[in-house]
Design a protein around this ligand. Structure first.
Ligand code: ZN
Length: 199
């Protein structure tokens, strides 16, 4: 994205890695059409990949819905719901174990590229948007998450449901992983951007 913005700004030879967050934000605000076009290219590539790869969610994606939102600083993000064909309920230990293959909050993984990506883009850090109900309110994204010895389903009427960011499945999580956002290993390596996978 930053490379495209630099080209639009007439600076094709400048290294995008030299741009700090403020310089990047200025470019985002100056070239919204470039931002939107680049974003949609990435979204379409992502959806095409997901629809043709049964490994991503452990089954064939048969339908999807999306909504794109823009943050105040002008960068877009995607909310997406995917329906998996013949998806079974996660109501047995075997089925819950299977979710480890498609959704993870592991901080330390053997794959070096994935290991670096998790630490670079998947660690939640609180910002002013975390406490919209007041400066002393709990992080509305549910961080830090509670450690969990074994993946399990959560009762929708329980306090755990709220504490888990309104996710129906609590992933296995160590105390070191309390700030790791849930991710799909395959999609994280593909997109290299922050994500929050929910079940
Ligand atoms: Zn927070």
């Amino acid at each position: 994205m930053r490379k495209a913005l630099l080209i639009a700004d007439g600076r094709p030879n400048k290294d995008p890695n030299e741009l700090d967050v403020y310089a990047t934000q200025r470019l985002l605000e100056m070239y919204p059409v470039v931002v939107s076009k680049r974003f949609m290219i990435r979204v379409n590539a992502l959806v095409t990949f997901m629809l043709n790869n049964d490994e991503v969610f452990g089954g064939q994606a048969e339908d999807y819905w999306w909504r794109i939102e823009f943050q105040n600083r002008g960068s877009p993000h995607l909310h997406m719901v995917v329906w998996i064909k013949d998806h079974t309920l996660l109501d047995t230990p075997e089925r819950l174990q299977r979710i480890d293959h498609v959704c993870s909050c592991e901080l330390t993984v053997q794959d070096a590229e994935l290991h670096d990506l998790v630490r670079k883009v998947q660690i939640h850090s609180h910002s002013h948007t975390c406490g919209k109900k007041g400066p002393n309110s709990r992080c509305r994204f549910g961080y830090p998450r509670n450690p969990c010895a074994l993946a399990h389903m959560i009762d929708l009427d329980s306090r755990d449901f709220i504490a888990n960011g309104r996710r129906v499945c609590n992933l296995k999580r160590t105390s070191e992983e309390r700030y790791v956002n849930n991710y799909s290993p395959i999609l994280l390596k593909l997109s290299q951007v922050n994500m929050d996978v929910q079940q």
